[in-house]
Design a protein around this ligand. Structure first.
Ligand code: FAD
Length: 474
């Protein structure tokens, strides 16, 4: 149902309810942005997106009040954690209220196996609190220093820890979520088991997450290591074999970078790298460093970095991997963008060979190793030299059509196009229960507006319509 938003009435009611509200243009515009500019396509499409005001609740009761008032006035609500999502996930496409969780940052309880926290808790601070008790987070994004737990659960997908535990989709990685619905009288719903995925990775369209319970494990002392290998194929083989050798060498992250990525873009680690080599970055149990060195020697590889002193202050190793690889590359070369994909089925090295044969250095390969249904698997986040939107769309079409890769398109703003390109029936059904007026982060779930939508190459769904390239102008 589409309703006309009464912004003025809503703001007045929120102020009467003593909710902290900001509506000055500058701060509202800043909090209407995330890392959407990572994508040259989204950068153009979403440049003018802006909310009407920002609220900063300090308690769950206040979130309930805000949702009730916004619902009464037909005002859309987009939740914002730290705004580090990079597909415009936290951008209010239809304006309205930005609900910032920054003041909801408390740990509710921390015991072996369970960290229960408010949604705005910063993940790096959670990891520090865990370590103080001999525990550690199971999974975190490479933006751990700034990202919120709620933003990771609602917008993220995987990260450091995936080689042990798989991504967020693995039921072992979230114990439970509590959400508030978007209704006249918002209701609290506890989600456990497979119901968690009705609200996890749903960009906040299915309720505001107010309480999160994630598993934590006994802490391990991790060390950073970088291994150099002559070719991408050898680096990939090494990384996959290392991932499988977890009974011998425990790892928390394994990333592969084709030459010249390390030498060109990892500027502060450069003195430890050999320019012609591809590299494997590994977070390894410190006690297992010597075993890693032996494993490397057995595989004609060389540990180039094992924490030895550097002339420059080094970033933590996880800030070379995951989506930080793209960020580092963009800082050096502003024509770089990226893709996220599963390699063609079959032998990953043959798949990579086919991709390289087709595209050469237009695509530089970056892989992250994860575990899918217990199996060590490489997901690809290649760096792409951007020349035009049309060429980027063509590259995606070739990867999928000719080469059999599956893209999770980071140049689209909707859940469906960034994911499996089909509506998630369970999330859609749940939205009818939790947000019957479609006021939560509208525009992000195509199925809500067009249940019969089908993907079309080179066309994106935006502001309620499927547009081709020329039409995609605001
Ligand atoms: P935001 O960007 O603020 O929000 C993300 C989404 O969640 C939005 O749709 C928002 O509306 C929704 N949301 C936020 N809080 C709530 C809530 N309480 N209830 C309901 N919905 C909510 N992602 C990964 O998965 N793994 C990575 O390793 C990774 N690395 C990155 C590296 C870089 C350099 C960058 C720029 C991004 C990276 N990301 C990664 C994406 C992003 O940083 C993470 O997903 C992060 O966890 C998002 O947290 P946030 O607090 O910034 O969320």
């Amino acid at each position: 149902m589409s309703r006309t938003a009464d912004i003025t009435g809503c703001k007045a009611a929120l102020i009467t309810a003593r909710i902290d509200l900001e509506d000055a243009a500058g701060p509202v515009e800043r909090k209407s942005r995330d890392f959407y500019w990572y994508s040259p396509i989204l950068k153009r499409q979403l440049a003018d997106v802006v909310g009407d005001f920002v609220v900063t609740p300090t308690t769950t009761a206040q979130i309930k009040t805000i949702l009730g008032i916004c619902h009464a006035h037909g005002v859309p609500v987009t939740v914002r954690g730290a705004g580090t999502g990079n597909y415009g996930q936290a951008m209010p496409l239809r304006g309205g209220c930005i609900l910032h969780t920054v003041a909801l940052d408390q740990i509710i309880s921390l015991t072996e196996g369970h960290l229960v926290a408010q949604p705005g808790a910063i993940m790096g601070e959670l990891e520090t609190a865990c370590r103080a008790q001999g525990l550690e987070l199971r999974l975190f994004p490479s933006t751990v220093t700034t990202a919120t737990l709620g933003g990771f659960i609602a917008g993220g997908s995987s990260g450091v820890g995936a080689i042990r535990w798989g991504g967020l989709r693995n039921p072992a990685n979230i114990n439970s979520l509590t959400i508030l619905t978007m209704e006249a009288e918002p209701r609290e719903i506890l989600l456990t088991g497979k119901d968690i995925y009705k609200a996890a990775h749903a960009y906040g369209v299915n309720g505001v997450i107010t309480r999160i319970d994630v598993p934590v494990d006994a802490a391990t002392d991790w060390a950073d290591a970088i291994i150099g290998l002559p070719t991408l194929g050898e680096a990939t083989r090494f990384a996959l074999d290392l991932g499988k050798a977890d009974d011998l060498i425990l790892t928390r992250m394994i990333s592969v970078f084709e030459a010249p990525i390390p030498d060109r873009f990892f500027l502060r680690h450069r003195e430890h790298l050999t320019p012609s080599e591809s590299a494997v970055a590994v977070l390894v149990k410190r006690e297992h460093l010597s075993k890693l060195e032996a494993f490397a020697a057995d595989n004609d590889a060389v540990v180039r970095f094992n924490g030895q002193p550097s002339t420059r202050k080094l970033p933590p190793l996880h800030e070379l991997g995951w989506n930080h690889t793209t960020l580092r590359a963009m800082k050096v070369d502003s024509t770089i963008t990226y893709l996220q994909m599963m390699l063609p089925p079959g032998d990953p090295i043959a798949g990579l060979g086919a991709v390289k044969a087709r595209f050469g250095d237009e695509l530089l390969i970056h892989l992250e190793l994860t575990r899918m249904l217990g199996k060590v698997t490489a997901v690809a986040m290649p760096l792409v030299t951007f020349t035009s939107e049309a060429r980027l769309e063509e590259v995606i079409t070739i990867l999928e059509g000719e080469l059999g890769a599956t893209n999770f398109n980071p140049h689209r703003v909707t859940l469906e196009e960034g994911g499996m390109k089909e509506p998630d029936a369970e999330q859609l059904a749940f939205k009818h229960l939790t947000d019957p007026d479609g006021l939560l982060n509208p525009g992000k779930m195509i199925a809500w507006e067009d249940p019969d939508w089908k993907p079309a190459a080179g066309r994106s769904y935006l502001f309620g319509a499927t547009l081709n390239e020329e039409e995609q102008v605001l």
